[in-house]
Design a protein around this ligand. Structure first.
Ligand code: AHR
Length: 499
C-alpha cells in the first residue's frame, strides 16, 4: 500500500477568507427561473423564492453570490429588471438563446440574498454597454437619495441603498464567444474609465477586472498584464474562471484539476506582481476566482443548437462521487491560496452545473458536489497552517509530477481541521501526520467522500443515494495521527487541540 507523510507546524501566514465559499446565480437555464425563484412551486414563499433552495444554500454555507452573469450580463439592460413587474419587457437573451421575462432583477436578488445572509458580488455589462450605464447602475444601487436613479430605486420600494460592495467590470471579455468581446487593450481602457466613474459615485466599492476565461486561452498572461497595466490604480482584484471535466476516462488527469487550478492561480499572481513591480508599487492585486466548478462541457451541444425558450434545461450536469472528490480538491486549492484568493464562486448555485437541483413539485435535493462544499465552508475557517507533504508522484496526461496525496490544514480556535486528497486510482494510502509545536487532545470527527461507489449520484428519483461516509484515524497520539485514505477520496479529519 502506498505511504505518505505530512508534517504540520504551528505557523500560519494567512487566514481563510470566508468569501472563498461563494456561489454564482446567473440568468441562465433554470438557475434563476425554476431554481431560486419559482412562483408556481409549492415550495416557494409569497415572493416566489424557493424556500427549500434557500435552506440548502444556507446549509451549504454560501457566503457570497455573484449575479446576474456570466455571459448573460454582456447583453443585459439592468433597467429591464427593476420597477413594476407588469411593465418589465420580455427580451431575447442572446448569450444563452433564451427568452428573458425580467420578472426577477436586482431588487429581487437583493431581497433574496438578505434572506440567505450572504454578500452580493454584482457584475456589470461591459460587453455591449459602457461607462455611463455602469455609473447609473451604481447610482441606482448605492447612492442614498436626491438624484434621478437613487429616487427611482426609492420609487421601486427600496428606501435604503443596497450598498453593494463588490462589482465585476464585465465578464470573460477575452473570450471570442462573449457578446462584445474585446482586445485586452480596448477592454483595459474601458475598464479603467468605468472604474473611475464608479468610484466617483461610490469610492468604497471593490472592483474586479476581467482576467482570463481559462488557463489555456491563447491570450492568457498577456491579457492580465495589458489589462492590469491600464487598471492597476483603479481595481483591487482580477478575475479567473476555470471549469474541469474528465476526458477519455482519464481519472488521474481529472484528479489533477486542483493542481492545475493551483498552477493557474500562481500564474495570475506572477503577472499581477510583475505589473506592480513595473509600476514601483507594493499594491497586491488579489484574485476573484469568480467562476469554478466541474462542468462536462463535452455534453453541451452548444448555444447555436438551442431553440429560443424561457428557462430552458441547459447544462444540468448530474454529478458523481468522483466529481465530488474533485470539487473538494478544488476547494482545498482555494483554501491553500487564501493569501491571494480574496473571493471565489462555485458556478452555479441551482440546476445549471449546480450542487442544488430542483423540480417544481419535488423538494430540492443535494448533488454529490454539495457535500465537500458544505463541509469546507463549515470547517475550513481560521488560519491556514503550514505543512509539508511527502508523497510519491505520477505523470498524468494533463499534469506532470502529480503528488498522489495532497493536504491543507486550518486551525480554528482550539480545533485543527485536516483536509486530505488521495489521488491513487487503485490503492488506499497510509498517511502518517506529525504535528510540530502543538498537540492533539482528541479526535472529534471525520468525513469521507470517495473510495467505493465513485459512480453514485443523487437524482430526482433517488435524492439521498449519497451522503458522506465517516473516516477515523487508525492511531492518534499527542503529536500526530495515522489514517488510511481510500483510493480516489477527499476527506476531512477534525481534532481538538490541547491548551
Ligand atoms: O457558468 C456558465 C458560463 O461559463 C458563464 O456564463 C460564463 O461566464 C462561463 O463561460
Amino acid at each position: 500500500m502506498p505511504k505518505a507523510t505530512i508534517k504540520i507546524s504551528n505557523n500560519s501566514k494567512t487566514q481563510v477568507n470566508p468569501r472563498i465559499y461563494g456561489s454564482f446565480v446567473e440568468h441562465m437555464g433554470r438557475c434563476v427561473y425554476g431554481g431560486i425563484f419559482e412562483p408556481a412551486s409549492p415550495f416557494s414563499d409569497e415572493d416566489g423564492f424557493r424556500t427549500d433552495v434557500l435552506d440548502l444554500a444556507k446549509e451549504m454555507g454560501v457566503t457570497t453570490v455573484r449575479y446576474p452573469g456570466g455571459n448573460f450580463v454582456s447583453g443585459y439592460l439592468w433597467e429591464d429588471g427593476v420597477g413594476p413587474k407588469e411593465e418589465r419587457p420580455t427580451r431575447l437573451d442572446l448569450a444563452w438563446r433564451s427568452v428573458e421575462t425580467n420578472q426577477f432583477g436586482l431588487n429581487e436578488f437583493m431581497k433574496w440574498i438578505k434572506l440567505l445572509d450572504a454578500e452580493p458580488i454584482m457584475a456589470i455589462n461591459l460587453g455591449t454597454r459602457g461607462v455611463l450605464e455602469a455609473a447609473q447602475l451604481i447610482e441606482y444601487a448605492n447612492f442614498p437619495e436626491g438624484t434621478t436613479f437613487s429616487e427611482m430605486r426609492k420609487q421601486h420600494g427600496v428606501e435604503n441603498p443596497h450598498q453593494i460592495g463588490v462589482w465585476c467590470l464585465g465578464n470573460e471579455l477575452d473570450g471570442p464567444w462573449q457578446i462584445g468581446h474585446k482586445s485586452a487593450e480596448d477592454y483595459g481602457k474601458l475598464a479603467k474609465e468605468t472604474a473611475k466613474a464608479i468610484k466617483l459615485v461610490d469610492p468604497d466599492v471593490k472592483l474586479v477586472a476581467c482576467g482570463s476565461s481559462y488557463e489555456e486561452m491563447p491570450t492568457f498572461g498577456e491579457w492580465e498584464e495589458t489589462v492590469l497595466d491600464h487598471t492597476f490604480d483603479e481595481v483591487e482584484n482580477i478575475s479567473m474562471h476555470a471549469y474541469y471535466e474528465k476526458f477519455d476516462d482519464d481519472s488521474l488527469s481529472f484528479l489533477a484539476s486542483s493542481a492545475r487550478m493551483d498552477r493557474f492561480i500562481k500564474g495570475v499572481i506572477e503577472r499581477a506582481d510583475k505589473i506592480a513591480t513595473k509600476k514601483g508599487s507594493d499594491k497586491k492585486i488579489n484574485i476573484s476566482f469568480d467562476e469554478w466548478n466541474v462542468w462536462y462541457q463535452k455534453r453541451f451541444e452548444g448555444v447555436d443548437k438551442l431553440e429560443f425558450a424561457q428557462a430552458p434545461r441547459i447544462i444540468e450536469d448530474d454529478y458523481t462521487v468522483e466529481d465530488a472528490v474533485v470539487v473538494g480538491s478544488l476547494l482545498m486549492t482555494l483554501i491553500k491560496n487564501s493569501d491571494r484568493v480574496d473571493m471565489a464562486c462555485q458556478a452555479q448555485l441551482a440546476n445549471v452545473i449546480g450542487p442544488i437541483r430542483t423540480e417544481t413539485n419535488k423538494p430540492a435535493w443535494r448533488q454529490t458536489s454539495f457535500f465537500p462544499f458544505a463541509l469546507s465552508s463549515k470547517f475550513g475557517r481560521g488560519e491556514v497552517i503550514d505543512l509539508e507533504i511527502g508523497t510519491r508522484t505520477e505523470d498524468a496526461a494533463l499534469f506532470e509530477n502529480l503528488p498522489m496525496v495532497d493536504s491543507v490544514a486550518t486551525k480554528d480556535g482550539d480545533h485543527l481541521n485536516v483536509f486530505l486528497l488521495n489521488r491513487e486510482l487503485e490503492d488506499s494510502t497510509d498517511v502518517s501526520i506529525e504535528l510540530a509545536g502543538f498537540n492533539i487532545d482528541e479526535f472529534v470527527e471525520g468525513y469521507l467522500v470517495g473510495g467505493d461507489n465513485l459512480e453514485l449520484q443523487n437524482t430526482a428519483e433517488q435524492p439521498e443515494a449519497f451522503g458522506y461516509d465517516s473516516i477515523s484515524p487508525s492511531k492518534t497520539v499527542a503529536n500526530g495521527f495515522s489514517v488510511t485514505l481510500p483510493k480516489v477520496s477527499w476527506s476531512l479529519l477534525r481534532f481538538k487541540l490541547s491548551n
